[in-house]
Design a protein around this ligand. Structure first.
Ligand SMILES: NC(=O)c1ccc[n+]([C@@H]2O[C@H](COP(=O)([O-])OP(=O)(O)OC[C@H]3O[C@@H](n4cnc5c(N)ncnc54)[C@H](OP(=O)(O)O)[C@@H]3O)[C@@H](O)[C@H]2O)c1
Length: 372
């Protein structure tokens, strides 16, 4: 299938192109500012499906809305008519097409032109009136508050919130691209279309203040090691987006390693949903633990070196022992009420990864000394 993507240099275009590249049996042509109308004419000779994304969202010049959002479509339709070609067209319009603004009017005009052409020639047309799209590769300080806030907060720059209560309607770029690709895959041999308007879902709602608070929380997570609640799809999408705006020289952050004569211990991640992950390094002969937890549970995984993990129910004198090594990864469950110890058996440094179902709370550590 021959696919043409206009506006391929833009935010949605870049994300779409990468997704198309991952598919088989598709040839993709791109139309950008670098191309002429003559190029467009040539591309249309063999096109089966057009993603029409080229357009301007912000401009001080009203004529630019007409030129880029309307005239380009008019030219394209004129060329297609002349060629008698009937490609499927997927058009990214905007929820603002309902508004009486220069941008809104230009999108509405483009929709009308396309619908008229689609009706006349019975072509498949999918118009998406998109709300604010957010995600990786969106230009900051242009038309996306999410992109601007992500960029500024991740780069220690100020953000401005004029009205914190303003509610945003947002769709995630990943959902837009999934929908756009699905439309292409579902393209059936002709059925009469009953509507030309389609939607990307889910549409997320949040206020400017919540957006800013959430992004500042993400920023602080490098310090406090908490991770977001990924059971919420919006939080998950915002966190991915936020990370995509980090400077490429700012992708690492140091952990606080608590070093003592035994080795070191560092917390990696904490969450009120999955607890905590931490790592220890132990020198030769070091024994850690000899304590039990009343309700907290843990899992131990030796990553490097060899260790003996001993456990004893606090109700019993019977000791069980597991010898574990980084050469054959396995996890040991530490149930509540079992006092446990971990001993480095060799002269090699021992590295162990731990999971606990609760983040460590110094006020309520739920840890009681008890020799195994
Ligand atoms: N992102 C959103 O939240 C959102 C919401 C609703 C609708 N939309 C619509 O979806 C489309 C894509 O949005 P986007 O966020 O990817 O915008 P974008 O990042 O600005 O990308 C649009 C691309 O189209 C190019 N372009 C504009 N006029 C052109 C022309 N006449 N010939 C060739 N290229 C042209 C732009 O070039 P320049 O950068 O040089 O102008 C830009 O590279 C736009 O039509 C937009 O109106 C977007």
């Amino acid at each position: 299938m021959n696919v043409l993507v206009t506006g391929a240099d833009g935010f949605i275009g870049k994300n779409l192109l990468e997704a198309l590249k991952r598919l088989d049996n598709i040839t993709v042509q791109t139309f950008t500012r670098k191309n002429s109308l003559k190029d467009l004419d040539t591309f249309l000779d063999s096109v089966d499906l057009i993603y029409h994304l080229a357009g301007v969202n912000r401009s001080k010049d009203k004529d630019e809305f007409n030129k880029d959002n309307v005239a380009l479509i008019e030219n394209m339709i004129r060329m297609l008519r002349r060629k008698k070609r009937k490609p499927t067209i997927i058009f990214s319009s905007s929820t603002q097409a309902k508004n009486d603004t220069p941008y809104g009017r230009s999108k509405r005009k483009a929709e009308i032109e396309l619908i008229q052409y689609a009706k006349e020639l019975d072509i498949q047309l999918y118009i998406y009136r998109l709300p604010n799209v957010f995600g990786k590769w969106c230009r900051p300080n242009y038309n996306s508050v999410v992109a601007t806030f992500c960029y500024n907060i991740s780069h220690d720059l100020e953000i401005t919130i004029n009205n914190p209560a303003v509610e945003l309607d947002l769709v995630y770029i990943h959902d837009v691209i999934d929908e756009f690709i699905q439309v292409m895959k579902d393209k059936q041999p002709k059925q009469k279309q009953t509507t030309y308007f389609f939607e990307v879902s889910p549409v997320h709602k949040l206020t400017l203040q919540r957006l800013a608070d959430t992004l500042y929380q993400f920023k602080n997570m490098r310090e406090n090691l908490w991770v977001p609640d990924f059971s919420d799809p919006l939080t998950e999408a915002l966190y991915s987006t936020y990370l995509s705006y980090l400077d490429e020289h700012d992708l690492s952050y140091k952990l606080d390693m608590k070093v003592d004569h035994r080795g070191s211990l560092a917390e990696l991640f904490k969450s009120s949903y999955f607890g905590q992950i931490f790592v220890s390094k132990s020198k030769q002969g070091v024994v850690r633990g000899n304590h039990y937890h009343d309700h907290k549970v843990e899992k131990f995984c030796v990553i490097n070196g060899q260790a003996e993990v001993k456990l004893r129910s606090v109700l019993s004198r019977h000791v069980v022992s597991y010898v574990v090594s980084g050469n054959k990864l396995e996890i040991i469950d530490i149930p509540p009420g079992y006092t446990h110890s971990l001993e480095n058996l060799t002269d090699q440094e021992l590295t162990v990864l731990f999971w606990a179902n609760e983040a460590f709370d110094p006020k309520n550590p739920d840890t009681y000394n008890n020799e195994v």
